[in-house]
Design a protein around this ligand. Structure first.
Ligand SMILES: *[C@@H]1O[C@H](CO)[C@@H](O)[C@H](O)[C@H]1NC(C)=O
Ligand SMILES: *[C@@H]1O[C@H](CO)[C@@H](O)[C@H](O)[C@H]1NC(C)=O
Ligand SMILES: *[C@@H]1O[C@H](CO)[C@@H](O)[C@H](O)[C@H]1NC(C)=O
Ligand SMILES: *[C@@H]1O[C@H](CO)[C@@H](O)[C@H](O)[C@H]1NC(C)=O
Length: 195
């Protein structure tokens, strides 16, 4: 016996649309892209897990997600065991790692801005300082190998992130800037990298 019974065709239609809605919500939840991102909050760079709004389109035997308009892509090779220190996104961009390892700590524990110091915990500025989180970007899974960097110097004006390439091998990246520094539409799932 069915748990839900419909007494009229109107209720049945309503039930059916609710079912469709639930189905599409579940579908969207399981297929949405989650990408680790560097963003800016209160003038500080922070790591966040972004869920992109992009809805996949079936074509060419694939589920295709539009990521946005982009400009000139760059292939970058970084020497083993390189410490960059405090850094900012040069553009709002998607980075894909093909080899090596990036360790990102954000906000950066050290800052060129002498007015920001992790030790001066009592300044009014530092009460707005977000908690520090760490991300490891490396080849292996789709989740581990992608990063959207959107923490521009103009928005992370107090402190950027801290970048290291600690691997014994060169780190190889493909970096794709978004046109007009427009990050893909997204919601923030949580602080820190996507798990
Ligand atoms: C993205 O995150 C949501 C919420 O945690 C989760 O339900 C979904 O399965 C994730 N998507 C992928 C492709 O892992
Ligand atoms: C990409 O550029 C095209 C052409 O200028 C524009 O119509 C479209 O809205 C842009 N897409 C996004 C996501 O900005
Ligand atoms: C910061 O403020 C708290 C509470 O007012 C105080 O207990 C603490 O000693 C202060 N720390 C420093 C380093 O001044
Ligand atoms: C340092 O941080 C202060 C406080 O937000 C900001 O006004 C200033 O522009 C920053 N200076 C530099 C050099 O980034």
């Amino acid at each position: 016996m069915s748990i839900i019974s419909f007494s009229s065709s109107h209720e049945m239609r309503l039930g059916f649309s609710l079912l469709l809605l639930l189905f599409s919500l579940c579908g969207a939840m399981t297929t949405a892209l989650n990408i680790t991102a560097l963003s800016s909050r209160n003038g500080y760079s922070v790591l966040e897990c972004w869920q992109l709004a992009s809805v996949p389109v079936d074509a060419m035997a694939a589920a295709n997600y539009a990521l946005g308009n982009t400009t000139v892509a760059t292939w970058s090779t970084i020497k083993p065991r390189t410490t960059v220190g405090e850094a900012w996104a040069p553009h709002v961009q998607l980075s894909m790692i093909l080899n090596g390892l990036i360790r990102i700590t954000s906000p950066s524990p050290e800052s060129a801005n002498s007015s920001d110091s992790i030790t001066s915990i009592n300044s009014s500025e530092n009460s707005l300082r977000p908690a520090t989180t760490v991300a490891y970007i490396m080849p292996g899974t789709t989740k581990s190998s992608l990063l959207i960097a959107a923490d521009l110097r103009s928005t992370s004006h107090i402190t950027g992130h801290y970048t290291e390439f600690p691997s014994d091998e060169p780190t190889v990246l493909i970096q794709v800037p978004f046109m007009d520094n427009l990050a893909p539409e997204h919601i923030v799932l949580h602080d820190g990298p996507c798990l």
